[in-house]
Write a protein that binds this ligand. Structure first.
Ligand SMILES: Nc1ncnc2c1ncn2[C@@H]1O[C@H](COP(=O)(O)OP(=O)(O)OP(=O)(O)O)[C@@H](O)[C@H]1O
Ligand SMILES: [Mg+2]
Length: 235
């Protein structure tokens, strides 16, 4: 594995809309409860309207920090599409230098930084560059967020396969229950995913009502921290 180099976690997902922001907030809250100074970043956000970059705003609020939004989210685009597509729609391209500079500012003085990707690992962010390469560029191990409902076994396996093929370290998987009710088929399928994952499963966020924080024990912070520590020993 050729990273990490910094204290942080790159939160990726099996897809867009699977719960990356929900899980990132839960992680930030959990590490803060453990007494850590936590930075938060959403390097690229698309679908940004007048209300601003909503994921970045949510992460910054969870972290309780005052970093400018342009630092938390240095690359913002209006079209709710993959970053490279949204950038092109504005005759722009994703500016990696601005992400590097913002990351440097955010990590300064912080024990850990939670970075939320956009979409999944193979989402294009520039010509011939995907979100996976951004995780590598920042030198961060991945945490994969998976949905609970049908399709998740395939999406999760694909994501873990891509991470392995690109030599990216994966800390584990967290399942987020965006749907209150699982059908019997969904529930059986989810059990199948858990069996496949074994100890790679690091947590499960139950269905939350809007604004409700995740339960403190939803993510196994001890196991996650142990894996982070094991990686940093390799640096
Ligand atoms: N455990 C949960 N309980 C209730 N709602 C959830 C849960 N997980 C996700 N959701 C809901 O599903 C939707 C998508 O979640 P979220 O915004 O965290 O996904 P995302 O992967 O960050 O999406 P994006 O790709 O847009 O960044 C949101 O409306 C969120 O509130
Ligand atoms: Mg999000």
């Amino acid at each position: 594995m050729d990273q990490p180099r910094a204290a942080g976690i790159f939160v990726t997902g099996t897809d867009t809309g699977v719960g990356k922001t929900v899980v990132s907030r839960a992680l930030i809250a959990a590490f803060r409860r453990a007494g850590m100074k936590v930075g938060a970043m959403k390097p690229i956000e698309t679908g940004v309207g007048e209300a601003g970059p909503l994921d970045a705003i949510a992460l910054r609020e969870a972290a309780g920090v005052k970093d400018p939004l342009e630092t938390v989210c240095p690359q913002q685009f209006a079209l709710p599409a993959a970053p490279n597509v949204a950038a092109r729609a504005e005759d722009r391209e994703v500016d990696l230098d601005s992400i590097d500079a913002a990351y440097e500012r955010i990590t300064k003085g912080r024990d850990l930084t939670i970075v939320e990707g956009a979409g999944g690992l193979l989402v294009p962010i520039r010509d011939e560059m995907t979100m996976a390469e951004l995780g590598r560029r920042l030198g961060l191990p991945l945490l994969v967020v998976a949905r609970a409902s049908l399709g998740t076994i395939n999406h999760t396996a694909l994501t873990l396969d891509v991470a392995a093929s690109k030599n990216l370290s994966v800390l584990g998987v967290v399942i987020s229950h965006a749907n209150a009710e699982l059908s019997p088929a969904d529930a059986a399928n989810l059990q199948g995913l858990k069996e496949i994952l074994g100890d790679r499963l690091l947590g499960e966020i139950p269905p939350l009502t809007p604004g409700e924080p995740a339960p403190a024990d939803a993510i196994d912070l001890d196991a996650l921290t142990q894996r982070l520590d094991a990686l940093s020993e390799l640096i």
